[in-house]
Design a protein around this ligand. Structure first.
Ligand code: 8YV
Length: 322
């Protein structure tokens, strides 16, 4: 008898075919997320779940008595209650590495588009405001040779640092829970205490995972330390930032601009005050969303799932669950 798998996310045929070699698949193939009630009902005889963001907590696990593994198509796993999973011996896997360069590209997209006001000026043309003469009111700031401060120097942070250092000649500093001496040597970047980074960087990129310790890591006090010319970029999780404080500081000219791929609540409400601000560039959580990278992530998640269900150690078992 094959193990039963619930595939809750949209995945490519190739990933499905890989899973089908070893498992019986129940597939949710609608675009909207599977309703929680239906999901809980389905979980009663499921051995493995393939998901992207479903919250795995005690309540969920109470409905999933057969469950052995949750394989997430994401590098972040803040939707996993690690304690609940560990207590019950449930494996959890994620998809690191394959998205590093893609997410770093997106971070730079936000850096460049906030600095050079790309979305604002795109609107300016579309609204028929382009006059013949060049005009100082359209000017932006330089990215090249500016100071880049990266908060969270993991694999993606390093890919961002490399672009900044070697692509744009930036002065790159980072803050991380622990120092990364090898990274400092290979990328020629410097460790910097958080407050000093906040008060000196021209571009501040938040790239930390969301954990109990990083909830609202950047709030009123931290925004207050930033230079009025600073640009703040968030490509991690919305909850790492106090969004109300961000709105405040942007409205009051406390910083120059913000580039955001993530929000406290997703999808963000179309009436949200952030969306009224010209100096904010927003994207709908697409950091890893290229065809190739999402394909690679789905294949890796499928591999993690099938390995776990065929008695092998999946390649990307979450560290805290080992
Ligand atoms: C995920 C992400 O695809 O990997 C992550 O942690 O944020 C994205 O790449 C997304 O979370 C899926 O919902």
């Amino acid at each position: 008898l094959k193990p039963k798998v619930l595939v809750e996310s949209q995945i490519p045929e190739e990933a499905e075919a890989l899973i089908a070699q070893y498992c019986d698949i129940y597939k949710w193939d609608k675009h909207e997320p599977m309703p929680r009630e239906l999901l809980l009902e389905k979980m009663s005889d499921i051995d493995g779940l393939l998901t992207s963001s479903t919250k795995i907590d005690d309540h969920f696990l109470d409905h999933a008595k057969q469950l052995k593994v949750v394989s997430s198509i994401s590098v972040g796993y803040n939707h996993f209650d690690l304690k609940a999973m560990k207590t019950r011996g449930i494996m959890g896997t994620h998809t690191p590495n394959v998205l590093n360069e893609t997410v770093a590209d997106l971070a730079f997209t936000l850096i460049l588009s906030t600095a050079r006001r790309v979305t604002e000026l795109d609107q300016y043309i579309r609204q028929g405001q382009w006059q013949k003469s060049d005009n100082e009111s359209l000017f932006g700031i330089d990215v090249h040779h500016a100071k880049l401060g990266i908060i969270g120097m993991g694999r993606i942070g390093e890919a961002i640092a490399r672009r900044g250092k070697f692509g744009f000649g930036m002065d790159v500093v980072y803050y991380n829970r622990n120092r990364k001496l090898e990274t400092e040597a290979s990328l020629r970047v410097e460790y910097c205490p958080l407050d000093e980074l906040l008060s000196t960087a021209d571009f501040i990129v938040l790239m930390t995972p969301l954990t109990k310790k990083t909830v609202k890591l950047i709030g009123k006090r931290e925004f207050g330390l930033m230079k009025p010319t600073a640009i703040f970029i968030n490509v991690s999780r919305g909850q790492t930032v106090d969004e109300a404080a961000l709105v405040d500081v942007l409205e009051n000219g406390g910083i120059r601009a913000a580039g955001l791929d993530v929000f406290e609540e997703e999808p963000i409400n179309a009436d949200h005050p952030l969306l009224k601000l010209k100096n904010v560039v927003v994207l709908p959580h697409i950091g890893s969303a290229t065809h190739q990278t999402r394909f690679d992530m789905a294949m890796l998640a499928a591999r993690n799932l099938t390995d776990a269900l065929t008695g092998q150690t999946p390649p990307n078992l979450i560290e805290e669950l080992k």
